[in-house]
Design a binder for this molecule. Structure first.
Ligand code: IMP
Ligand code: MG
Length: 184
């Protein structure tokens, strides 16, 4: 079966061409703002990998990339955004211009926690770039310097975003349609 024909894949909210056009704009703005600053683009695995791959190709100035991986402890700490860092950045970021690249900002709790960790390491600057912003669910204030699209309160899949680790390889962003198991 073709992935796009899965019953869970609902309405396409942002098409592949729309994503790429927006990334071209973001890349141009970042290239302008960070000229001469040798920025370090940081992403948290795995959702942002497609966005990161396309974004850096839309940026025309020298840059570096680095990645972190996290795991969630459980429902008690989830409300605080506290996560365990299972892969940290390869190098220190003191004095660097760091641009944090996110696929989607939802409650903002995890991002808020990670930004506090990174800020404590003394970067020259620390800003956020996100492809998607679901601000209706935001619980803490996050300053977003570069934003792709606003999202309504629907769960989405595709272009890196998963539902149970699936659908990351759709080239567009679609609504997830919940599928009820058939009664036997
Ligand atoms: P939060 O901002 O701390 O609530 O967490 C945001 C993270 O939750 C994102 O980095 C995604 O990994 C995941 N996430 C939130 N909304 C969606 C969605 O609609 N589809 C897929 N993953 C999502
Ligand atoms: Mg993510």
């Amino acid at each position: 079966m073709q992935l796009a024909e899965s019953p869970e894949v609902g309405k396409v909210l942002i098409g592949a061409e729309g994503i790429q056009a927006k990334i071209a704009e973001l890349g141009a703005a970042i290239s302008h703002d960070y000229a001469g600053k040798d920025p370090l683009l940081v992403g948290v695995l795995k959702g942002m990998v497609l966005f990161m791959a396309d974004l850096i190709r839309a940026i025309s100035i020298p840059l570096e990339v680095d990645f972190m991986a996290i795991s969630r402890y459980g429902p008690e700490t989830e409300a605080l955004g506290v996560v365990r860092v299972i892969k940290d950045l390869d190098k220190g970021i003191e004095g660097r211009h760091v641009l944090f690249v996110e696929d989607i900002i939802d409650t903002g709790l995890t991002l808020g926690y990670l930004l506090r960790i990174l800020r404590a390491r003394g970067p020259a600057s620390l800003a956020v770039c996100t492809l998607l912003d679901r601000s209706v669910r935001r619980l803490i204030d996050i300053d977003i310097a570069y934003k792709g699209f606003d999202l309504p309160d629907v769960f989405v899949v595709g272009y890196g975003l998963d539902y149970r680790q699936r659908f990351r390889n759709l080239p567009y962003i679609a609504e997830l349609r919940p599928v009820r198991p058939m009664r036997g």
